[in-house]
Design a protein around this ligand. Structure first.
Ligand code: GLY
Ligand code: MN
Ligand code: MN
Length: 477
């Protein structure tokens, strides 16, 4: 850390700190060591580091946690660690940097360089708004992080020395500018690290799968909470659902995995409608796309499209059932060895034929499904699936031939989320369709011989959704 980084983060409106006060504050505090239990991820993370090191024998790999990001002036966003960093060591404290040295035989040696709790011998603990214990809470000590995560932990101040020398070094860039500046970039080398990290994370280990189950379970509860609040949803609109779900995410997890999308009426046709400023109107649909991120940063990603009045109109039901059939066809296509894109192709085939039946396509369904045509996509817009894990759109750094163009394998988790979207100003559809958006999204684990829906607890047939809404609206759940 340089001088600037060691400066106290104070504000002009902070009261003066005369030496008498500072000296008094530094004395008279009791013992502060905590016994942190071993983190359950420790052994899994060590195995992940071994796999990474095997890919780059004789090299040094640097994966930072990231630092606080400014929201406005001196207020930061709540810290959320870089995914690859936490995946490799479990650490979730800011500013830390993981350095993995791979031996010539590919054996991993890892050291975490961390910013620990401030001691009681400097002013930091009571004056520093960003790191001071009396401002933001206690950071763990180096010893505590080490005993919890099961790897050696040194002070961040030792990092520059650890990064010196001429060992071939790859850096996960764009996470911590201080680390980026420390090591000469090599774009090709660093891009390869991104790619390998993405690909190594494609198949989830047993601990990750259990974390994803936990995230899905909390997410289902958040959907139930939202329906249980329906009277106030009708009064206050989309943001009442957003707030209700957020409460569940914070109570049972770390945060939201992504900003909740709550689209009442025509807002459902905006794919990432996170403004959530609209009304919830009886007779219309409301699309909820929401996911809880658990304490260890694995997130769910679930969408349901609900009838605001509790039951679908005949037209809404017809369209909903089409999307359901498309989703089911997509889920049925998920199995080890199948192409990742099989779910998309299966779902789009159902939707294209349904759009043809509605008389909307300018060509036949088969012609529209030709990759060089795709006219049906005016009303389906997006891909059907993405990998899911610690990032909602997980493993994005993988080589395209591995993902999305590769095949599924046991242990991968992906969404299946087709939708139909008729924009309010779409003159090519009958008026009665305009402003209707429907998406159904579930989180699907690839098993040894097929697939398991991790979000199955949330009904997704039209009848099932109606029954589930009735149950929760009347508080009988
Ligand atoms: N929630 C964003 C997505 O479904 O991809
Ligand atoms: Mn999704
Ligand atoms: Mn989603």
């Amino acid at each position: 850390m340089n001088e600037k980084e060691l400066e106290l983060h104070t504000e002009s409106h902070d009261p003066a700190v005369p030496e008498a006060y500072a000296a008094f504050m530094r004395t008279g505090w009791g013992g502060r060591d905590l016994e942190l239990p071993p983190h359950p991820v420790a052994a899994w993370a060590a195995a992940r580091r071994d796999r990474l090191a095997q890919v780059f024998p004789g090299e040094r790999l640097v994966v930072p946690a990231g630092r606080f990001k400014v929201r406005a002036n001196d207020t930061d966003y709540r810290f959320r660690c870089e995914t690859a960093h936490t995946w490799l060591c479990g650490n979730q404290t800011s500013d830390a940097v993981l350095v993995i040295t791979s031996g010539s035989d590919g054996a991993a040696e890892a050291v975490l360089y961390a910013r620990p709790s401030s001691g009681r011998d400097t002013d930091e603990f009571f004056r520093d708004r960003q790191y001071g214990e009396l401002w933001v809470g206690r950071r763990p000590s180096l010893r505590e992080i080490s005993s919890s995560l099961g790897l050696p932990v040194r002070h961040l101040a030792d990092l520059p020395e650890a990064l010196s020398g001429d060992t071939k070094t790859r850096v996960l860039r764009g996470v911590d500018s201080r680390v980026d500046a420390e090591i000469e970039p090599d774009a090709e080398r660093d891009a390869e690290l991104v790619r390998v990290l993405g690909e190594l994370r494609l198949v989830k280990d047993a601990w990750e799968i259990s974390e994803l189950r936990t995230a899905c379970d909390a997410t289902v509860l958040g959907f139930c909470d939202s329906v249980a609040e329906w009277d106030r949803v009708l009064e206050h609109g989309e943001r009442w659902i957003e707030g209700t779900f957020f409460r569940r995410a914070r109570a049972m997890g770390n945060d939201l995995g992504y900003d909740s999308i709550v689209g009442g009426g025509a807002h459902a046709t905006t794919l990432h409608w996170i403004e959530n400023s609209g009304a919830i109107v009886p007779g219309e649909l409301v699309l909820l796309d929401m996911g809880v991120e658990g304490h260890n940063l694995y997130t769910a990603d679930v969408t349901r499209t609900l009838p605001v009045s509790g039951s679908y109109s005949p037209l809404q039901r017809e369209l909903y059932d089409v999307v359901y059939a498309a989703q089911q066809a997509g889920i049925d296509a998920v199995r080890p060895g199948a192409p990742f894109l099989a779910a998309h192709q299966a779902a789009m085939s159902v939707l294209a034929h349904a759009l043809d039946d509605l008389g909307l396509l300018p060509v036949s369904a088969e012609e529209a499904l030709d990759p060089d045509n795709r006219t049906y996509a005016r009303w389906t817009l997006h891909g059907t699936s993405h990998m899911l894990g610690m990032d909602v759109h997980d493993c994005a750094g993988s080589a395209p031939e591995v993902y999305p163009k590769g095949d599924l394998a046991e242990g991968m988790v992906l969404t299946v989320e087709p939708g139909l979207y008729f924009q309010a100003d779409d003159l090519l559809v009958p008026e009665e369709l305009r402003g209707i958006g429907i998406r159904i999204e579930d989180d699907i684990l690839v098993t040894a011989d097929g697939a398991e829906n991790l979000s199955v607890a949330l009904p997704r047939t039209s009848d099932g959704v109606e029954e589930w809404m009735a149950l929760h609206r009347e508080g009988r759940a």
